[in-house]
Write a protein that binds this ligand. Sequence first.
Ligand code: MV4
Length: 497
Amino acid sequence: MFKKILIANRGEIAVRVIRACHELGIAAVAIYSDVDRAALHVRKADEAYHIGPPPATESYLNIQKILDVAKRCSADAIHPGYGFLSENADFARTCEGANVKFIGPSAVAIERMGSKTRARQAMEKEGVPVVPGTSSGVESAAQAGQVAAKIGYPVMLKAAAGGGGKGMRLVQTKEDLGSALEAAQSEARRAFGDGEVYVEKALINPRHIEMQILADEHGNTVFLGERECSLQRRHQKVLEESPSPIVSPEMRRQMGDIAVRVARAAAYTNAGTVEFLLDENKDFYFLEMNTRLQVEHPVTELTTGLDLVHLQIRIAAGEPLPFTQKDVSLRGHAIECRIYAEDPDNNYFPSPGTISLLLDPSGPGIRLDSGVYEGWTVPIDYDPLLAKLIGHGADRPQAISRLVRALNESFVGGVKTNLPLFRRILGEPDFQAGKVDTGYLDRLLKSKPVEVKHEINVAAIAAGLFAILEPPPVLNDVPGTSSWKRAARTDALRGTS
Ligand code: MV4
């Protein structure tokens, strides 16, 4: 087993990995940029090294600096977390070359999945269902037009080097195809240095469902159930749950078998996620494979009882999976809310700043994976995810009611957050009925928000302030009035607000 792991990340995921290291008796090394000197992950780690200025390109994305630290502190392995270098094949290869184990798939497996057209070709060969379209880039508007005429409009133009929605264009008619193709190609060239664009039939408001897999380095691959990830905004997931309210045991088995086939075809190892789009007939299609631990992995941990980060580390250390598919059983329901420092009144723009007050929820069925603390200043330089609040219960209604209760215990002062959005979503009849798709959240945010009675809140706050901050001076001045009586009077006044 490894003795020391460097975590090439920050925030809540770095804290999550540090916890797993400590449970396994492994020393955890943090890295930090100028603005993260006092970050929670730095405080929780056994050692921490400064790696540069705030811009990620000069710190958390700097392969050479990170490997220098790994050498200097003699780390055996590097956990990349998610984002940053987690799906960077060059980084995985450089680790391999430096004799530091990359806790994730091989560089070759990352590359196989990095090109969406190459992945589509491999999946077609395996008989995995893909959305009708092309599995190589289109050369011209004329060629794209022929394909679109055959599969029917609307079509989606996608960057082969993309993923996550960049370089994607929805095209409704053949008149719009030429200009959309040029726009998609130049956006892809700018964003990825590769202008390859392919065509798919567009599914309208599909569901986004993904299957978690684990593969060891001895040829064993298992699936761990799906996650429903349809609640997103601008390709940013907001809430995820497992199981999906729409997936039956039979469908889960089919999706799981396909996901395992996808992983085997790529000689994939470690943790990975196979993404599917589901149409209104519940037909599902392979979309792409994410070659990393995902933000939403806790919902799978709570429904399987497995620790995915432990298993990632053990797999990377060469251990075989300690269980087989038939040992995997799913229990209960888990829902994750991504708590971001963003301003609901300003189009959910990032809202960095100092956290002046922090009230954390806890209690039955509640897990909080947080990367922040009271007094910490959230920098503007990175993703504004503060924490993930996960509710778990015997069934979906219990998971929801525990989350609603936990959200009402939560308070973050000093920065704006999307906490109110979750209170709203969890109260929506369609959400409660499991009727969600990738258009759900945009529709909800466009609809008229429920009215908040501000006057009542303001009156209550004012009364509370007067009662607590300015107790009548006479109480304090009367000789012989005991401090106990004073406290009791002050307490009683609270009740009047
Ligand atoms: C699609 C699609 C509809 N039809 N492909 C967006 C991110 C990228 N990874 C794939 N995406 C989509 N591909 C076809 N053929 C709709 C989306 C899509 C989406 C997918 C998953 C989660 C949220 C989404 C939001 C809008 C569009």
